[in-house]
Design a binder for this molecule. Structure first.
Ligand SMILES: [Zn+2]
Length: 109
C-alpha cells in the first residue's frame, strides 16, 4: 500500500497504529481476566480428568486446565482488542505520519 502525504506528497509515510497497540494490550489483559474465569472451569474439568490418576493427577490436571484457559483467553482477547484498535485507527484517529514534513493525517480526508 502506497500512501503519499497530502501536505508535501512525500511517500515517506508510516502508520502510527496507536489504537491497535493499545487495543492489543488492553485486549490481552481483558482476555486474560476472561481466561481466568474459563481457567477455573478448565481446572475443574482438568482435575476431574486427572482424578482418574489419583490426587497428583487431579492437581496436575487442574493446573494444566487453568493454564490453558488463561492462555486461550489472553490470546483471544489480544486478537479482539487489536482488531478493534485497527478499526479505531482506520476511522477515528489520524493514523498516518509523514516523515518528510511531520504532517499527521488520516485516509478519510
Ligand atoms: Zn509531508
Amino acid at each position: 500500500m502506497s500512501i503519499n502525504c497530502p501536505s508535501c506528497n512525500s511517500a515517506r509515510v508510516t502508520a502510527r497504529n496507536h489504537a491497535r497497540k493499545i487495543g492489543g494490550a488492553a485486549g490481552a489483559v481483558g482476555g486474560a481476566a476472561t481466561g481466568a474465569a474459563s481457567a477455573a472451569a478448565g481446572a475443574q474439568s482438568g482435575a476431574a480428568l486427572g482424578a482418574v490418576a489419583g490426587p497428583i493427577g487431579a492437581a496436575l490436571g487442574g493446573l494444566a486446565g487453568a493454564i490453558l484457559g488463561g492462555l486461550a483467553g489472553g490470546a483471544v482477547g489480544s486478537l479482539a482488542g487489536a482488531r478493534m484498535g485497527e478499526e479505531i485507527d482506520a476511522h477515528v484517529l489520524d493514523n498516518f505520519e509523514c516523515h518528510a514534513c511531520g504532517h499527521i493525517f488520516s485516509l478519510d480526508q
